[in-house]
Design a protein around this ligand. Structure first.
Ligand code: CA
Length: 644
C-alpha cells in the first residue's frame, strides 16, 4: 500500500509539468523584464455589443463559445477601454455606426469588464462620432454654445455618464478627457478654450471616481516638439490630470526610441504617468469583411514585423518592453479594437445590411446627418479586421496569449514565420539567375536563409528575355510557405551615379583649359532628371575644354551603346561629342550640340563591342569657343546599355 502511494505520488509529480504548462503556445515570446504586476494591458473593445447583435460569436482557446470579455481577462487583459459619443444617432434614432458607442453601450461593456475583474477605461470623445487629430466636431446638442456653456455641458455630461457607470457597479480605473486632442477638442481650436473643457471633465471625474486616473490623449509623437508643446500648455493652464497618453501605430508614428524619449521627457518634466493609449498590428494583409483595410501589404508604411500572428505578438512585446524598461513612469499599453472582426456575411451587400442595422461598421449611411463630408460619403464596414486578435470567425489568435506570456517568456526554438520577398533587376540581355535561398523571418525576428524552389521554366525565361521592359512575379516554395521574387526586366544601366545625384567619385572631371566653373551642381530646374547635373561656365573665349568620364566596372563582354544629354548656350563654335573607349582606344563617338536653355540634345553612340576584362570608359568631350556671356552648359543622365 505504501509503495503504491509512493508510486502514485511520483506519477503525480511527473504529470505536474504537463498541467503547469497552461501557457503552452507556439508563440515565441521573450520575457519582458521588470514587468510590474499591475502594468495596464488594455483592450479597446467598444464595438463588441454591435458585433454581437450582428451575429458575431467569440470563442476561447478550447473552441467554446465564451463571453469575449472573459476570454480577454483570461488572457491577461486587465483594462477594457470604451469610447463614448454623446449622441451617435440621427433624428430617426438610426445609429451612425462604429458600434453606436453611447453611454448605454459603455455601461453594458463596463458591467461585463467588471464581472471578469477588469477595470474600465472611459474614453470621452465629446463628439457625436469619431474624434481624432483631424476631426473634433461638437455634439449636435452643444452647437452654438459659448465656451462657458460648453464647459458646463462637458462637466454635466461627464458627471452624468460616470454616475451611470458608478450606479451600475462598474470598476472605472481611468477616464480619458478627449480623444487624440491635438490642438482641437469638441469644436474648440484654441488651448485657452480647450483647457476649460479638459478641466471640466477632470473635475467631474474627481467627484464621481476620486480613485480613477485622469488621462489626456494625443497622437503623432513623431511630430517633433508637439507633445512637449501640449504638456507645456497643460502645465501653464494647470490642467488637473495624471496620465499623458499617446497613440502609437508603428506604421506612421515614428520609432519606438522617439516615442519613449518623448514620453520620458514629459514624465520627467511634468511629473506625469505616461502610456500608449492605442496601438495595433496586422496579422494578415488580407481583408475579411469586404471593406478595405487601413493597413494592407502595399503602400508607403513602416512594417517592423511580418503581417503574421507572431508579428502582432512581436510588436506588442517590443512596445511593452519599451514602455516598461525604456520609458519613465510608463504604466500601460492599450490595444485598439482587437475584437473588431467581420460581421461574417458572404458578400458586401449582406454585411452592409448588418452595418446599417446594428452600427457594426465604421460608419453607417445615417452618419451623413452629422458628418456628411467623410462618414456620409465613405461609410462601410471594418477597416481593422486584419489587426484584430481574433480571426474572422471569432476564434482567438495565438497572439492574444502574448499579454500573459510576456511575464515569464516563452523562448521556444524559433521557426520560420514569414519569407522576405526577393527583388531582382535583370538586364534584358543578361541571364536571369534566381537565388537558391530566401530569407526567412524567424519567430524570434532573426533572419535565416533557407532553400527555395522556384516555379520557373525555360519557357518563362526566354519569354521574359524577349518581351522587352516588363515586371514579373515568380513564385516558389520555401519552408512550407510561398516565396515571391519580383523581377524587373530592364535595359540595365551599367554606369554608377548615372544622373550625378550621388556626388560620387564615379565621374572623373578633367579640366583642360581652366574653366571658371566646372562642377556637379544641385539645381533641379537645370537638371534633366533629379536635382543634380554636371555644370560648366567660363567667361573668357576659348576657356571651356574638358572631359567628364566614367570607367564602367565589371562590365560583362558584349555589345553596348552609350547615351548622354547636354544643353547650354553662348557657346560660339563647339566641338562636343559623347565617346566610348575600350582599352584606351576610342571605339565610338556621337556628336552633340548646345543651342539654348532647356534644349536638351541626347547623343547615342553607335554600338561597340568589348570582351570580359576590357577597360571600358565612356564620357563627354566639350570644347567651346564661347560667345556673349561665356559658354555654359549642363550634362545629365548617362546610360550604358547592352545591345542584343
Ligand atoms: Ca475590412
Amino acid at each position: 500500500m505504501k509503495t503504491l502511494c509512493l508510486l502514485l505520488a511520483l506519477a503525480l509529480i511527473a504529470a505536474l509539468p504537463m498541467t503547469a504548462l497552461a501557457e503552452e503556445s507556439s508563440l515565441y515570446v521573450k520575457k519582458v523584464e521588470n514587468l510590474p504586476e499591475d502594468f495596464i494591458f488594455g483592450m479597446d473593445a467598444s464595438c463588441v455589443p454591435a458585433l454581437e447583435q450582428s451575429g458575431v460569436k467569440y470563442y476561447d482557446f478550447n473552441g467554446e463559445e465564451t463571453d469575449v470579455y472573459k476570454v480577454l481577462a483570461d488572457n491577461g487583459v486587465n483594462y477594457i477601454r470604451v469610447r463614448i459619443w454623446n449622441d451617435p444617432f440621427n433624428s430617426d434614432g438610426k445609429g451612425y455606426g462604429g458600434g453606436n458607442c453611447d453611454i448605454g453601450n459603455a455601461v453594458a461593456i463596463g458591467r461585463r469588464a467588471t464581472q471578469y475583474g477588469m477595470k474600465l477605461l472611459v474614453n470621452f470623445h465629446y463628439s457625436d462620432f469619431w474624434a481624432d487629430p483631424a476631426k473634433q466636431m461638437v455634439p449636435k446638442a452643444w452647437v452654438g454654445m459659448d465656451i462657458e456653456q460648453k464647459t458646463e455641458a462637458v462637466y454635466q455630461f461627464t458627471l452624468d455618464c460616470l454616475q451611470q457607470l458608478k450606479d451600475a457597479g462598474v470598476d472605472v480605473g481611468m477616464v480619458q478627457i478627449g480623444n487624440e486632442t491635438n490642438n482641437y477638442m469638441c469644436g474648440e481650436k484654441t488651448w485657452f478654450n480647450i483647457q476649460y473643457l479638459m478641466q471640466a471633465g477632470a473635475r467631474a471625474t474627481r467627484e464621481i471616481f476620486p480613485e480613477a486616473l485622469v488621462a489626456l490623449h494625443f497622437a503623432n509623437p513623431e511630430k517633433t516638439g508637439s507633445y512637449d508643446n501640449y504638456a507645456k500648455k497643460m502645465d501653464y493652464y494647470q490642467v488637473d490630470y495624471d496620465v499623458f497618453a499617446s497613440s502609437y501605430y508603428p506604421y506612421w508614428h515614428g520609432s519606438l526610441d522617439n516615442l519613449t524619449d518623448t514620453l520620458s521627457s514629459i514624465a520627467r518634466t511634468y511629473g506625469k504617468k505616461v502610456m500608449v493609449m492605442e496601438t495595433s498590428y496586422a496579422y494578415t494583409g488580407a481583408d475579411t469583411d469586404f471593406n478595405g483595410n487601413t493597413i494592407g501589404d502595399g503602400g508607403a508604411i513602416i512594417k517592423d514585423y511580418p503581417f503574421t500572428v507572431q508579428g502582432q505578438a512581436n510588436h506588442l512585446r517590443s512596445l511593452t518592453d519599451a514602455i516598461v524598461n525604456n520609458t519613465e513612469n510608463g504604466i500601460g499599453v492599450v490595444y485598439w479594437e482587437g475584437t473588431w472582426i467581420s460581421v461574417g456575411g458572404e458578400s458586401w451587400e449582406e454585411n452592409h445590411a448588418l452595418w446599417e442595422q446594428y452600427g457594426s461598421g465604421w460608419a453607417s449611411s445615417y452618419a451623413a446627418a452629422y458628418d456628411a463630408a467623410d462618414a456620409g460619403r465613405y461609410y462601410g464596414g471594418c477597416a481593422v479586421d486584419n489587426q484584430a486578435l481574433f480571426d474572422e470567425h471569432g476564434k482567438p489568435l495565438e497572439s492574444l496569449k502574448v499579454f500573459r506570456l510576456m511575464r515569464e517568456g516563452n523562448e521556444i526554438a524559433p521557426v520560420a514565420d514569414a519569407l522576405e520577398d526577393v527583388t531582382i533587376i535583370c538586364d534584358l540581355n543578361a541571364p536571369l539567375a534566381l537565388p537558391e535561398t530566401v530569407n526567412a523571418v524567424m519567430t524570434d525576428d532573426s533572419k535565416q536563409a533557407i532553400p527555395v524552389q522556384w516555379n520557373f521554366t525555360e519557357e518563362m525565361d526566354s519569354q521574359m528575355h524577349s518581351s522587352g521592359v516588363a515586371q514579373y512575379t515568380i513564385t516558389g516554395q520555401a519552408g512550407g510557405m510561398e516565396a515571391r521574387c519580383y523581377v524587373s526586366m530592364v535595359e540595365y544601366n551599367y554606369l554608377r551615379d548615372y544622373s550625378f545625384e550621388e556626388n560620387s567619385t564615379a565621374w572623373q572631371i578633367t579640366d583642360l583649359c581652366k574653366a571658371d566653373e566646372l562642377y556637379i551642381e544641385d539645381k533641379k530646374t537645370d537638371s534633366l532628371t533629379g536635382t543634380r547635373h554636371m555644370h560648366f561656365w567660363s567667361a573668357a573665349q576659348n576657356s571651356v575644354e574638358f572631359t567628364v568620364e566614367q570607367q564602367a566596372l565589371n562590365l560583362p563582354g558584349g555589345k553596348y551603346r552609350f547615351t548622354v544629354s547636354i544643353m547650354g548656350g553662348d557657346a560660339g563654335a563647339t566641338d562636343i561629342y559623347a565617346y566610348a573607349k575600350v582599352n584606351g582606344e576610342t571605339v565610338a563617338t556621337a556628336p552633340m550640340g548646345i543651342t539654348g536653355y532647356g534644349n536638351w540634345d541626347t547623343a547615342v553612340t553607335p554600338e561597340f563591342t568589348c570582351a570580359d576584362g576590357d577597360t571600358v570608359v565612356v564620357g563627354v568631350y566639350v570644347k567651346c569657343q564661347g560667345a556673349g556671356n561665356g559658354a555654359w552648359g549642363k550634362i545629365d543622365d548617362a546610360l550604358l546599355n547592352s545591345v542584343k
